[in-house]
Write a protein that binds this ligand. Structure first.
Ligand code: CP
Length: 315
C-alpha cells in the first residue's frame, strides 16, 4: 500500500502501543500522518492543548536523552502534565509487583503510562493489568517509537517507502528487530549485516519475512549494495553488559565512507543515537552530508506526541 495514496483517519483503536508487530500497515500510516499534522502545527506555533487536564507517567528504568526530553516537551506543548518516575525510586526496585503498580497508576488518575527499559514480558504484563494506555518507550527486544520516527523521517526525505532498501549494519538488537517489523510492513526491503551470533532473533526475522524481503548476512557489501538507507546503532545496548568479545567481533561492522560508497549515490545515513564516533560509525559519515540523524532525533518529538494523541483519542 502506497502511503501517499492512503487517506488518514487520525484514529487508532488499540489500547496500547507495545510493538510494531501488533500494528497493521494502515495503523503505522496513522501514526505517521498524525505526526506530520502535529509537526506542521509545532512549526507554526499552533499546538492545540489536546492533553489539557491529562497527566502522563514516565516510568523509566535507564538513562535517556531523546525519549525523556521529547515526551516531557511534547506533553507540555500539548497542554498536559507529566510525572517522571525513575524506576529505582519506586517500590518496583524493592520487588513490588508489576500488577500492583499498574492497577494503582490507573486509580490515581494517570492518563497513560510510558515505560522505558523493561523486558518485553514486563511491558506486556503492565499492559495486561493496566486500565490506561501503555506505551513501550524501549524494551530489551523492541524500540517501536524510534522506528516510527525513523519511518516518518524516511517518508519526509524520500517521499515514499515502495522500492526502498534499508541496510542495517551491526548488532542485531532491539532497533534492528523493530526495523525488520516496521520496514517490511511499509513495503521496504531490509538487509541486516551482523557477525555470526549477533543477528536479530530468528522468530523476528521469520515474522518480518511474512510481510516483505529480509536478508540476513554477515557480508556488509551484500547488505549495503543498492541500499537507499544505511543504518547502524551502538555495539553494546544499555540493557547489555559491556562485552569485549562482542565489541571485537563487531569492530569491522563500522559504517565508514567506504561502506557508504557501496550504497546508492543518494543513500542516507541513519542512527537512532546516542552514537559513538569511531566505533560503530566513522565521524565523516555521521557528520557528513548524507547523515539525517538530527532529523530522526527531532522527529521523536512529533511521533511521541502522535502516540499520545492517538492512544488518548485526541487530535
Ligand atoms: N534513541 C533513543 O532512544 O535515545 P535515548 O536513549 O536518548 O532516549
Amino acid at each position: 500500500m502506497d502511503i501517499n495514496k492512503y487517506t488518514p483517519k487520525y484514529r487508532f483503536r488499540q489500547k496500547d502501543l507495545l510493538s510494531l508487530a501488533d500494528l497493521t500497515t494502515e495503523e503505522i500510516f496513522e501514526f505517521l500522518y498524525t505526526a506530520k499534522a502535529l509537526k506542521k502545527r509545532f512549526r507554526v506555533g499552533e499546538n492545540k492543548p489536546i492533553l489539557r487536564d491529562k497527566t502522563i507517567a514516565l516510568l523509566f528504568g535507564n538513562a535517556s536523552t531523546r525519549t525523556r526530553i521529547t515526551f516531557e516537551m511534547g506533553i507540555r506543548q500539548l497542554g498536559g502534565n507529566y510525572l517522571f518516575l525513575p524506576k529505582n525510586e519506586t517500590q518496583l526496585a524493592r520487588g513490588e509487583s508489576i500488577k500492583d503498580t499498574a492497577v494503582m497508576l490507573g486509580r490515581y488518575g494517570i492518563a497513560a503510562l510510558v515505560l522505558r527499559a523493561f523486558t518485553e514480558a514486563q511491558v506486556e504484563e503492565f499492559a495486561r493489568y493496566s486500565t490506561i494506555p501503555v506505551i513501550n518507550g524501549i524494551s530489551d527486544e523492541t524500540h517501536p517509537l524510534q522506528i516510527l520516527s525513523d519511518l516518518f523521517t524516511i517518508w519526509e526525505q524520500k517521499g515514499r517507502f515502495d522500492d526502498l532498501k534499508i541496510a542495517y549494519i551491526g548488532d542485531g538488537n532491539n532497533v534492528a528487530n523493530s526495523l525488520i517489523m516496521g520496514c517490511t510492513k511499509v513495503n521496504m526491503d531490509v538487509a541486516i549485516a551482523s557477525p555470526h551470533g549477533y543477528s536479530p532473533s530468528r522468530s523476528i526475522v521469520e515474522r518480518g519475512m511474512q510481510f516483505g524481503n529480509v536478508l540476513i548476512t554477515d557480508d556488509i557489501a551484500e547488505a549495503v549494495r543498492g541500499a537507499d538507507i544505511v543504518y547502524t546503532d551502538v555495539f553494546i545496548s544499555m540493557s547489555d553488559e559491556d562485552d569485549e568479545e562482542k565489541k571485537q567481533k563487531l569492530a569491522r561492522y563500522r559504517v565508514t565512507p567506504a561502506v557508504m560508497r557501496l550504497a546508492k549515490d543518494d543513500a542516507l545515513f541513519m542512527h537512532c543515537m546516542p552514537a559513538h564516533r569511531g566505533e560503530e560509525v566513522a565521524a565523516e559519515v555521521i557528520d557528513g552530508d548524507q547523515s539525517i540523524v538530527y532529523d530522526q532525533a527531532e522527529n521523536r518529538l512529533h511521533i511521541n506526541k502522535a502516540a499520545l494523541a492517538l492512544l488518548l483519542g485526541k487530535k
